[in-house]
Write a protein that binds this ligand. Sequence first.
Ligand code: GTP
Length: 359
Amino acid sequence: MTEAVLLVGGKGTRLQPLTINTPKPMVPAAGVPFLAHQLARARAAGVDHVVLATSYLAEVFEPYFGDGSAHGIRLTYVTEDEPLGTGGAIRSAARALSARPGDPVLVFNGDILTGLDIPDLLLRHERAQADVTLHLTRVADPRAFGLVPTDATGRVLAFTEKPRHPDEIVTDQVNAGCYVFRRQVIDGIPDDRPVSVERETFPGLLADGALLHGVVDGSYWLDLGRPASFVQASADLVRGIVRSPAVPGEPGEYLVLPGAHVERGARLGGGTVVGAGARVGDGADVQGSVVLDGARIEAGAQVRASMVGTGARVGPRTVLDGAVIGDHSEIGADNELREGARIWCGTAIPDAAIRFSAV
Ligand code: GTP
């Protein structure tokens, strides 16, 4: 039996306002909650039991995923009363695992989309006889990540979380948010207080001489923490650039969910998804964007690399480029919202009130 812990309890502050009513892993990407893609990928890798470590908006997961049988996987929910951080959450979730002390346990951050070969990671963990094996990926600008240099054998040498000084940038290998833990290592994490696995557990294990093994992998990898990367991930799933068995349709330039209505004169592309009950008007152009259920894009609007929240309305001829429109907001005609503009849920913006600004 292969078991995994999925960390889904974070507040997702960088993705606000879409995470005000919905926890980040439940925000739809390519037509289904992002978590559905992770579960499908885990299942395809042979994982048969997943413990969901919930905290923020914990109550919304179970009504959707139930016991997991509809997704071909057994799901157990463990909820922290107070958020325990990444390490504390792993420790708390371990209560629900059957794994014995020496068995491997997979741990996934809930906001990572990757084409990683999970069975291969497990194999490398066994071969290295590691205490913890970490998936590492190379990024062009590692400053926003946890740096993890390794030696020629893959042994982890250090952890530098979000380096501030140029001298600290000793590698482009970063923590990719997927681990294999030996079960007994999880049991060593304190269970009575918040713990960060990145800032406390891993550096502590290194200092104690544990074997932490890094596996650098060049497959698709994206951290969905920010709106721009969330939109990108959704578009890549729709287009089949990264494959997920949970996408409700064949790969293509757009995905329109049942119950949506797109006027014949509208243009969709770049991996756009149009949610159930949403409407796209005549002459509207929607590229590389996520239009959530019940949203309306009026005639002649131009939408690019943006997220339009549930039930929101984008007025005629309004331009969105890299914008996030919160649920049930009303954007009037002839506005122009670019460069990371975010509109809070339920906001009403009159016609022609905004040009180019970030809100
Ligand atoms: P930001 O607030 O935007 O940084 O997002 P986040 O809250 O998701 O934090 P971060 O991206 O650092 O978290 C990495 C993963 O761990 C995500 O999948 C979170 O859901 C999860 N996570 C973070 N903190 C906790 C926690 O206290 N409890 C649980 N169960 N999961 C957590």
